[in-house]
Design a protein around this ligand. Structure first.
Ligand code: J2J
Length: 557
């Protein structure tokens, strides 16, 4: 197994194999079955093109040969930051065949995150898009490659304007385009790629929502990941006739696996990739492609339910409208049922593993009021008090879980693991839930230091570290506050260094952007305070707004 990943104990692994949960399937083999069975069926549609299963299968082989020609091998890490388009899927399947391990950066990530992912994993290559939404990812990749010694190659997707230009010589890395990798002149070897990956290998490194100063990476194996994908596809009723509209970033675990793009490819259906989920674009795609399944986060679901365009398009093909990533309130759930009929499915999942779904046929009050029940009969769920003692059904407690697709540890993070997992391997999700007698979970709160901004997760400690780097900032805390649309938004409380004026919101916003953090992590509001509130044990108190004397001033948005 990949050095730095924590294996499942042999006894449990044997059980999962014996039960048929873990099979020999790998990500690379996922598409081969469908390509053989239905070669001309459409696998992927994006704004630029449409690929059959045969096209996708061949593209993955060509790219796998190309990565091999660059000298990349099974177990190597590469940071992948591509937009949600067909190339991302081709690259993931190709890497899945090679056994090369992608770190799935989101399109929103910037220098601080991408550089950290590359350095922490010792990545040998970066695979990135060109200019997307006004941001030059290729230029960012070149900067990161120059700064991180392990990076030898930068591979750029859709050729950027500067494609072919090499950075000022001498350069420690070489630049290529994905088209170079597909081309026969790079490698004489063509045709099917002999899969190098083993089912027990790490298939990819997912990003944790995070609670700490540095993001944590999640090593998932082919066997565990694909078990959750196959079961998710079954639970969500996917088949060859299914059409899934991907409106969320496909690199995110939800849109990739619950059942997401991989679930659809497993089932032999069609994935329609949209750059975003705004009703005008998304509804037109639903109508045109007769979309059956779509995954939303609550803020987007609110926009869909409130959109006057609902009446302007034929949305009658929709069978399953998933909402997950953050808590969906009961009145919002009722409204979705009113507008979209009996299509709502709640999804409560985490990139670390456990995923819960409400099921087709569940009573209305279950679909409205709960976040579903786990995928697997082997998912072990404990709801405990602050001393890890179980609470009775119907009482709130901390959710701990262990099972056939939940990690036993983060990548290269043993100290954090000691806190995030119990001694017997249960993951401490940080979520507060109530479990009913039938095993359905309702999320009632959160004990972890994380802000869930409409499904996008922010680790306050990470943003606070960046704020403290400002020369005029003595201290800072970032807290979540209720927001009608997003569920939560982030507010930064900033203490100025003595003798300096506190930097204003716009100044800090620019400062954070220049530090190279993703835009969604930049606080929505900034407040100046004289000191941060502390708890009885001297830790920063995020639950209470300000100490006495009260806030010294509030910066406008
Ligand atoms: C309340 N909180 C939720 C929900 C996630 C499927 C769906 C979502 C994710 C995901 C995922 C929630 N109600 N319905 O990976 O495969 C919060 C919890 C959880 C954290 C995980 C998937 N659905 N959450 O959101 O790794 O706090 O995964 O622990 O990004 O999101 O975040 P993440």
């Amino acid at each position: 197994m990949l050095d730095g990943a924590v294996p499942v104990p042999a006894e449990a692994a044997d059980r999962y194999r014996a039960a048929g949960f873990w099979t020999d399937q790998t990500l690379g083999s996922l598409v081969r079955g469908a390509a053989a069975a239905r070669p001309d069926a459409t696998a992927l549609v994006d704004a630029a093109r449409s690929l059959t299963y045969t096209d996708l299968d061949r593209a993955a082989d060509d790219l796998a040969h190309g990565f091999a020609a660059l000298g990349l091998r099974r177990g190597d890490r590469v940071v992948v930051q591509l937009p949600s388009a067909s190339e991302l899927v081709e690259v993931l399947v190709a890497l899945g065949r090679s056994g090369i391990v992608p770190v799935l950066a989101l399109p929103a990530h910037r220098r601080a995150e991408v550089e950290y992912f590359a350095a922490h994993t010792g990545a040998v290559a970066l695979v990135v898009g060109g200019v997307e939404a006004g941001f030059d990812h290729a230029a960012l990749a070149r900067e990161v490659a120059a700064a991180v010694a392990s990076v030898r190659h930068v591979v750029v997707g859709a050729p950027p304007a500067a494609h072919g230009e090499q950075p000022d010589a001498p350069s420690p890395f070489t630049a290529h385009s994905l088209d170079d990798l597909r081309r026969a002149d790079l490698t004489a070897v063509r045709g099917p790629f002999e899969d190098a990956a083993h089912p027990a290998d790490v298939v990819l490194l997912q990003l944790s929502g995070g609670t700490t100063g540095t993001p944590k990476l999640i090593p998932r194996t082919h066997a565990d990941y694909l078990y959750s994908v196959r079961e998710s596809a079954r639970i969500c009723g996917l088949g060859p006739g299914s059409v899934y509209l991907a409106t969320l970033p496909v690199a995110h675990n939800y849109a990739l696996t619950s059942p997401g793009v991989l679930g659809v490819l497993h089932a032999g259906g069609t994935v329609v990739l949209s750059p975003h989920g705004a009703p005008d674009t998304a509804f037109a795609l639903v109508e045109r492609h007769r979309v059956t399944h779509v995954a939303l986060v609550p803020p987007l679901a609110h926009v869909w339910a409130a959109s006057p365009l609902v009446a302007a398009y034929d949305l009658s093909s929709l069978e399953v409208l998933q909402v997950g990533g953050a808590k969906l309130g009961t009145s919002a759930a009722e409204r979705l049922l009113d507008v979209f009929g009996d299509t709502l499915q709640q999804v409560f999942g985490m990139a670390e593993g456990l995923v819960c779904y409400t099921r087709a046929g569940d009573p209305r009050e279950v679909v409205v009021g709960t976040q579903g029940r786990p995928i697997s009969p082997a998912d072990e769920v404990l709801v405990v008090d602050d001393h890890d003692e179980p609470v009775p059904p119907g009482h709130p407690g901390h959710l701990l879980t262990r099972g056939p697709y939940t990690i036993r540890g983060y990548y290269r993070a043993p100290e954090h693991d000691a806190r995030a997992f119990t001694a017997d391997g249960f993951y401490r999700t940080g979520d507060l839930v109530v479990r009913d007698a039938a095993g359905y979970l309702t999320v009632v709160g959160r004990a972890k230091e994380q802000i869930n901004r409409g499904g996008e997760k922010i680790a306050p400690a990470e943003v606070e570290n960046h704020l403290r780097a400002h020369p005029d900032v003595l201290d800072a805390s970032v807290v979540g506050e209720p927001d009608e649309y997003l569920g939560e938004r982030a507010t930064a409380r900033v203490v100025a260094r003595p003798g300096t004026a506190a930097p204003t919101g716009p100044v800090l916003r620019r400062f954070l952007r220049e530090r190279g953090i993703a835009a969604y992590k930049i606080p929505d509001r900034f407040e100046t305070v004289e000191a941060l509130a502390t708890t009885a044990v001297g830790k920063v108190d995020r639950a209470h707004p300000a100490p006495a004397p009260a806030a010294a001033g509030t910066e406008p948005q």
